[in-house]
Write a protein that binds this ligand. Structure first.
Ligand SMILES: [Mg+2]
Length: 333
């Protein structure tokens, strides 16, 4: 390669690019002098070594690339849509997998202080989150289950969902933006005495889980996290309320196990952890309830009963929940 006409010498440059270019060509003989030539019907793949792909000379020597991608147009009106669109990257989620979109409040520590949320849990703030999740599920029918704790919510889409053609950015952005808008719209209903001082925002991500078992492992992980955090926070804030500083409370709890925290609550504060509200200990599960034949809506199609979204605070780690609600992850639904 060294000294090959038109290419930088490998030994004398610091940045070497190895390009694999799949281009449509009219005259394949043109590339016979290339490093490697692979023929395929109508398209050739060539490997090109270049010392500097940012140089104008590289692009003028490979004018076929400009033909494929569009050229550096002087006049913006002449820019080809295909050229501009060629920069777009679409992440399509694996087919036949359970898509989970988890959203999480951004800077909610400060947000909760600013709005004087009760510590360690503010029931109304959690009810607001749950109400937003119900609205999301009613809006996006492919979501079959959601689980929320603190300032986060996980939305599970049915396995064969074709929502937004399974494009991650589309799915995540509409769920996050709809949830955020709902949070603002519903604020007054939950906090009539409090002004919303700053716009809440949420980040979001989509992850695919290939089997029901792994999906349930994911949900169990979130519920275990809910328990661990809630138990810690309950101890922490009781210590604060009893006069300890934040760092004293942190030191006090450092290295303690679940059983010790449980005993601390009983012995020092007379609190039986198991009697705390289910919503604080178990988080919130939101799902379409089974059809209720006794409840009929006049505006339902053909007078049929309609399913509705319910919020429950229950143990979703145990098999019994899923046995009692087989329709949730039923792929035939
Ligand atoms: Mg957060």
């Amino acid at each position: 390669m060294d000294g090959r006409k038109g290419y930088g010498r490998l030994g004398s440059v610091t940045g070497i690019a190895l390009l694999k270019i799949d281009i449509q060509v009219e005259d394949s003989d043109k590339y016979k002098d290339g490093e490697t030539l692979v023929k395929s019907p109508g398209r050739n793949v060539i490997l090109v070594y270049s010392g500097n792909i940012a140089s104008r000379s590289f692009w003028s020597e490979h004018s076929c690339l400009l033909k494929e991608l569009g050229s550096f147009e002087e006049d913006i009106n002449k820019v080809k849509p295909e050229y501009v669109k060629s920069f777009e990257f679409v992440r399509k989620l694996l087919p036949s997998t359970w898509i989970v979109v988890r959203i999480d409040g951004r800077h909610f520590h400060g947000f909760s202080e600013e709005h004087e949320f009760e510590k360690p849990n503010d029931g109304q703030a959690l009810n607001l989150m749950n109400s937003c999740a119900v609205a999301v599920m009613e809006e996006f029918k492919d979501i079959v289950f959601s689980y929320g704790v603190s300032d986060e919510f996980s939305f599970v889409l049915k396995r064969d969902s074709q929502f937004h053609d399974r494009h991650a950015s589309g799915i995540v952005s509409v769920i996050v933006s709809f949830f955020s808008s709902m949070y603002v719209m519903k604020w007054k209903g939950f906090f009539p005495e409090k002004e919303l001082k700053n716009p809440p925002s949420f980040d979001g991500r989509a992850v695919c889980y290939p089997t029901k078992e792994i999906l349930r492992d994911y949900l169990a992980w979130r519920q275990v996290d809910c328990h661990i955090n809630n138990q810690y926070n309950t101890c922490f804030w009781m210590l604060i309320k009893s006069g300890k500083s934040k760092s004293e409370a942190q030191d006090y709890l450092k290295g303690t196990r679940a059983q010790e925290k449980s005993e601390l609550l009983v012995q020092q504060f007379g609190i039986d952890y198991q009697t705390l509200p289910d919503m604080f200990r178990q988080g919130s599960s939101v799902f379409w309830d089974k059809e209720d034949p006794t409840e009929r809506y006049s505006d339902g199609p053909d007078g049929k009963s309609r399913k509705k979204v319910v919020v429950e605070h229950c143990n979703i780690i145990e098999q019994s929940f899923w046995e009692a609600h087989p329709n949730i992850l039923d792929e035939e639904r």
